[in-house]
Write a protein that binds this ligand. Sequence first.
Ligand SMILES: *Cc1c(COP(=O)(O)O)cnc(C)c1O
Length: 390
Amino acid sequence: MVDSWHAETYRRFPVVFERGKGAYLYDSSGRVYLDFLSGISVTILGHCDDEVNEAIIRQVENLLHVSNLFYIPSQAALLEELGETLPWKGRVFLTNSGAESIEGALKLVRRYASLTGNGSKKIITFRGGFHGRTYGSLTATAQEKYHEGFEPMLPGFVYVDPEDGEGFERALEGGAAAVLFETIQGEGGVRPLSDEFLSFVCRRAREAGALVVCDDIQAGLGRTGRFYSFEERGIVPDVITLAKGLANGLPLGAFIARDEVFRVLGPGTHGSTFGGNPVSCAAASVVVRRVRDEVFLSRVREVGEYLRNKLEGVRGKSQRIVEVRGRGLMWGIVLDVPGKEVVNRCLERGLIVNCTEEKVIRLLPPLIVTEEQVDEAVSILEDVIGGLNV
Ligand SMILES: *Cc1c(COP(=O)(O)O)cnc(C)c1O
């Protein structure tokens, strides 16, 4: 494939996908691939879902764009659906991406701190987390490798190691506007924060007058078997960010907060030309309605448990695997060698996975994946990992 004008910010695989359906992708030579990455948890209902596509086509035939200065029926329909999933009555600002959702959330918590008299503008995040590539979201991403050469970062951020309670206490000294975390650090190697640490962080943040922001861009939307990943962790954040799978492949994100918090963003304080565009919203209505269904979510938990058992089985047989970790349908296979070769060999065998943090093979299948497809994927992974001659 000739692509000599494209920025070289992505190291690309030598394959061109032309078509997708459900959990499968087809390349330009007609080869089929089982997709256990889903565009990094984007195509959560599978590729080219019929109902999503019909909703998109219907919207495209009526209206592609209208300014956010006007009411937008497909936005309102989506938010009626999304509102039902929230742990409190709140407000939603629709964006085009994860980074924009984080930017919005950062602006919101700082303004809340300004207007409510909690003087501190400090934002606490955790090392190993990932929140995006724009300056605010990049500063929130407490990983050197993403900052290198781009300094100076935004002022007012403090980083703490996950599970370091004392470090968090120190960070809270003098107050803070907010703490921001992923319940499972996705880009950071599929690392779940513990239930104990998450509840400690939320409790201490509240006591210190700081808002709790959960970045559920990767782990949310049914990925862990609950609509929001924090639901099974015994915590309730004040602010939630979403993106990735929200419109099953069209760009859409959101930052969401309790009414009492969101009211600090009045008319004119924030905006987006494309955020919440009618077509993405039409797709997202289908996604949210389907994913929040309890039958759908219990099926994710069931297949997730099946996948977990299979992976534990493979771990028992392979010396290359240090650990398997994750929840629901979000798993990391931690190797004691770089994972790049595993990813390449899986691709040759018709399985799409990726690697984060050098040594972690990450699995993010579509939420509609079946036990048979899990069998297929795990048997390829087992072969490939077993065949590593180190
Ligand atoms: C992907 C991701 C982001 C950034 O989303 P973009 O749409 O790529 O800007 C932010 N937070 C988390 C947890 C993510 O996984």
